[in-house]
Design a protein around this ligand. Structure first.
Ligand code: PHE
Length: 358
């Protein structure tokens, strides 16, 4: 019997030493397998007499059961340990901050465009969009810009294939072509709604609503440095009626700037200038009275009274219709509003820069 105890004890030790389920199964084979100790001991029974066989058999069985018990205990222990390790490894720390899904937002220049549209919208201006690939007619000729104007040179303008010598296609260099496009449509629309005999009356007696529109969008020039990008934004403004003067331009633009920059004491200056499509023309400068830019004159727009030739190209009589136009740079306004000093940051697509505006 002593010998059986030794077998049981050594099985227990072997099981205890098995560190993994696989090792445990190997250890089990040594004792309970086909050629394991217990099997060998059983084989030895055949040589014994009936009585001895009985008691010896019972004892071996007991030993076998003890070994199986130890085996199962060890199996359970190893399984528990494995479960513990797994739980430990996959533990959730509920105090960690959650992983947020990235939140998108509007580009700072888009925010400015929305703001411009809202402010002019509140003053009764329509908002119009037009093509970025323009014809020479809308971009230059209809705007009274002569053949030899420097803006028409290959050097300053991106010409694109598909146009002809007489009507080349180009990437619009400003939003001013929208003055013509919008006005022509406006006039057509109101002509169409008037009855035949009324046409002249509708167009020339003040029945036709005034043209009051802004046209924001992308524009292109061969230019690239910290304050110029080959692609940039402009927003055109146009107000044409029977009695729209520079006084209205001053009022509208002053009101716009003060609202846009939320600064009631902002000062404007209209500096004489030249554009082929306006006469007289003025650059509009603004001056903050407070903040880091206080006291400096900052150019924000070109403007002027719409040239009679342009009025004519809109399909209107210059003797009857008069108005103003302006073209401003939303990129510049965005830089001033947020204190950004390099225009290129807007178009680099660096999320670290852009996410500051969300
Ligand atoms: N189109 C002009 C420019 O790009 C700006 C402008 C628009 C000036 C309307 C006068 C009137 O510089």
């Amino acid at each position: 019997m002593h010998e059986l105890n030794i077998v049981v004890d050594s099985a227990k030790v072997a099981f205890e030493q098995a560190a993994t389920p696989a090792e445990l199964e190997n250890a089990k084979a040594l004792f309970l397998g086909k050629s394991g100790c217990i099997t060998e001991l059983m084989k030895g029974l055949s040589a014994l007499g009936v009585d001895q066989k009985k008691s010896r058999g019972a004892a071996i069985n007991q030993a076998k059961q003890a070994i199986e018990l130890a085996l199962n205990e060890r199996r359970q222990k190893l399984a528990d340990a494995q479960m513990q390790a797994q739980l430990q490894a996959e533990a959730l720390d509920v105090t960690l901050p959650g992983r947020k899904r990235g939140q998108g937002g509007l580009h700072p220049v888009s925010l400015t465009l929305e703001r411009i549209e809202a402010i002019f919208g509140s003053m009764g201006f329509d908002v119009a969009q037009g093509p970025e690939i323009e014809s020479d007619w809308f971009n230059f000729t209809a705007l009274n810009t002569p053949e030899d104007h420097p803006a028409r040179s290959m050097h300053d303008t991106f010409y694109v294939e598909g146009g002809s010598v007489t009507a080349p296609n180009l990437l619009r260099t400003h939003t001013s072509p929208m003055q013509i496009r919008y006005a022509v449509q406006h006039v057509k629309r109101h002509r169409a709604t008037a009855s035949a005999g009324q046409v002249d009356e509708v167009l020339f007696s003040g029945v036709m609503p005034e043209i009051r529109v802004i046209a924001p969008g992308r524009t292109y020039r061969v230019d690239s440095d910290a304050t110029h990008s080959p692609m940039f934004h402009q927003c055109e403004g146009l107000w044409v009626g029977e009695n729209i003067s520079f006084k209205d331009l001053k009022f509208v633009f002053t009101d716009f700037c003060r609202t846009f920059f939320e600064s009631d004491d902002l000062v404007l200056r209209f500096r004489p200038s030249f554009f082929p499509f306006t006469e007289p023309s003025a650059e509009i400068d603004i001056q903050f009275q407070r903040g880091p830019l206080a006291g400096r004159w900052l150019e924000v727009a070109g403007s002027g009274q719409v040239h009679p030739n342009v009025i004519r190209n809109m399909g209107l009589e210059p003797e009857k219709y008069i108005g103003f136009a302006f073209g401003m740079g939303p990129d510049r306004l965005t830089m001033l509003r947020y204190g950004v000093n390099d225009l290129r940051l807007f178009f680099d697509g660096d999320i670290r820069f852009l996410s500051q505006f969300i």
